[in-house]
Design a protein around this ligand. Sequence first.
Ligand code: GAL
Length: 347
Amino acid sequence: MRAKKIHISAILFFLCICFLWGCGKQQPAAKNKLYVGITYYDQSDTFLSQLNTCLREQFDQLENDDLEITIAVRDAAGSQRTQDDQVEELIDAGCNILFVNLVDRTDPSEIIDIAKENNVPIVFFNREPVAEDMMRWDELYYVGADAKQSGTMQGEMAVDAILANKRIDRNRDGIIQYVVLEGEPGHQDAIIRTESAVNTLKNNGIQLEKLGYGIANWNRAQAQNRMMQIIGQHQNEIELVLANNDDMALGAMDAYKKLNYTESALPVFFGIDGTDVGLQAVADSELTGTIYNDKEGQSAAMVKLAVALISGKGLEEIEFQNDRYIYLPYSKVTIDNVDDFMDRKKQ
Ligand code: GAL
């Protein structure tokens, strides 16, 4: 009996060795396998859907014999609960890095806890968690852009346009009557963009009168609705529309078109992002300007960071601010240089 037990143990031991040997042979080393789980707050968002295309293109270019890349993309469709579940599911599926575009930038705790438990680093992007949350674990990173810079640049562009073209002040009262269209309340890119754009105009000596503002959650249709109401109250008094993004600037333009306003009664419109439709509107002189939100640069930084974190190589070459933040600069886009930005897509 005893001899039989020893015999069975020996066979089991032999089988285990064979199994482990086999695994070691067939599976590529873990550091060469990048399994990225990406979750978006809302995949219908114009800027983010274009950023997603950039990410995919860059991962495609990177794949080679030494690096196997798998990508899983999820849409949280505006629900933090859904996103928390998605992160859990992505980790269970074997993701070894997460790109998280938070729904609620003040509520990443569940996501951080589960990632930390499983030792899966997170690169947050575009929707910046508050600093205290970023301190909760040292494998948390952020890639995005400086909201203040985009607002300041938008303000500067508006100053230049107003000084160069006296007809923008259509009623010639020396004051620019303006409207602001804002993104989601609580988003770092909403309040800060508005404040810095308006302050830049004031600091450059432009007299302003605010006629109205609308929260349109980055959304073109919502901006159109909101703008129709504001136009209803102020008719052709509005001279300048500052929108926190291109889609809302275009929605404001849609409202004027729908109401059949003639060109001479239109305000000047400024957006931010340089989305495909935004750039086209600048090229068509419908938008006076936009600020390019560098989706190519942001996705390249995310990809580079992911590879460095997984391979353990190249992290020292990455330039971080405050240890774990990467901010890509914005650029001004007007009719004079819009072609350069449109060409980026073709490259
Ligand atoms: C901003 C961008 C908006 C929208 C938002 C979503 O940076 O300008 O268009 O995409 O992010 O978080």
